[in-house]
Design a protein around this ligand. Structure first.
Ligand code: FE2
Length: 367
């Protein structure tokens, strides 16, 4: 059985091909077009995967896509109605991507004409994330945390994996997103959002505890059952405004925004101690939330292994501290826990979790 998986239209477009549960090929579109993090349709990556397997599109039995565009639509429309008129910006910036996702199958057929025998499957985004790590991990039982910007509606999912089964019963929905919190502060500190978060993570190591940590405790509140919530008055992004992502209230309490120069020839304001301390406090609050969720899952299911996925799982400081903090013996993720990995997760989710085929592949390295 041949399954082609792909993700596209937001960023990190990618494709993979699995045959009888074995991974044959997986790659990101950016490696072919040299456009970092591109969200373009991954026609080069798909062609590469087919070539590696010595197949054509006519040989593909199933295609998986990492998103269910109609899931959570009611909630999104309700959010837009509540936030009118500024929320129209959100719809304006997302409608093209959403329509492309609805017609992803048609685009695949257009890009790869000829005989088509495949069945097309839309897989829920956080199921694809969780599967991208758990189902190819060396572990057959684990607690699972998915934390990213946002899936169809949920921003964080927590649950359990056993054998080929994944259950994510605990969800925290948009706009309460730890991924978007990190993106918002990345933009506030003068870096490129959805790209330079790793720089902010590195800056944190040069900061120290300060009054900003107390402020972040007000911004992100820990709640019962491993949950958290935001004081949304600190953000603009829930209303679709992303320049800046944070609100006037955030700027009043944390200090002035470090603007990114619009002109490449203009020097950006230098980084100050305050900026490093803000990065430190942000990182610490992310780790607080991660401990809180990991501890809650352990109470529910005291097992040895915690598996992380979603873009936030790229935060290696958080992962390392989770391992040191305990109570888990193993804290595991793979090399592409962000959206690029969902092309692989969606394919394995179909094969192992939906079709209930036993696991046949274990991830050892990205090469
Ligand atoms: Fe994601």
């Amino acid at each position: 059985m041949v399954i082609l998986g792909f993700c596209a239209y937001v960023f990190d477009s990618s494709a993979c091909l699995i045959r009888d549960g074995q991974l044959i090929a997986a790659c990101q579109e950016e490696r072919f077009t040299r456009q970092k993090n591109t969200g373009d349709f991954p026609s080069h990556a798909i062609q590469y995967c087919l070539d590696e397997a010595g197949l054509t599109i006519a040989d593909v039995d199933h295609v998986t896509f990492y998103w269910q565009p109609f899931l959570g639509l009611k909630e999104r429309v309700w959010q837009i109605l509540k936030g009118l008129p500024s929320s129209l910006n959100f719809w304006g910036s997302h409608s093209d991507k959403w329509l492309s996702m609805v017609f992803a199958k048609n685009e695949l057929k257009k890009q790869f004409p000829g005989e088509h025998n495949f069945k097309f499957h839309n897989i829920r985004h956080h199921d694809a994330h969780a599967a991208s790590t758990f189902l190819i991990s060396p572990y057959h039982e684990a607690n699972l945390i998915v934390m990213d910007g946002s899936g169809e509606i949920e921003c964080t999912s927590m649950g359990f994996g056993k054998g080929e089964e994944i259950k994510l019963p605990y969800k925290i929905n948009f706009p309460h997103s730890m991924g978007y919190l990190y993106v918002s502060v990345t933009h506030y500190l003068g870096f490129k959002p959805d790209s330079d978060e790793y720089k902010v993570m590195a800056m944190a190591s040069m900061g120290q505890e300060s009054e900003y940590y107390d402020l972040f405790k007000k911004v992100v509140r820990l709640e019962e059952n491993g949950r958290y919530s935001f004081d949304l008055s600190y953000f603009n992004y829930p209303q679709g405004k992303r320049d800046p992502w944070v609100s006037d209230k955030f700027i009043k309490e944390f200090g002035s925004l470090r603007e990114r120069p619009r002109d490449a020839l203009v020097n950006q304001a230098p980084l100050e101690k305050r900026h490093h301390n803000i990065a430190w406090a942000l990182q610490k609050r992310l780790e607080d939330v991660a401990y809180h969720m990991a501890g809650f899952l352990y109470e529910k299911n005291p097992c040895d292994t915690l598996i992380l996925s979603g873009g936030s799982a790229l935060n290696c400081f958080m992962n390392e501290k989770l391992k040191r903090h305990g109570p888990y013996k193993n804290v595991w993720t793979m090399s592409a826990p962000h959206d690029a990995g969902t092309r692989l997760g969606a394919a394995f989710y179909l094969y192992n979790s939906i079709m209930k085929k036993p696991r046949a592949f274990e991830y050892e390295s990205a090469y």
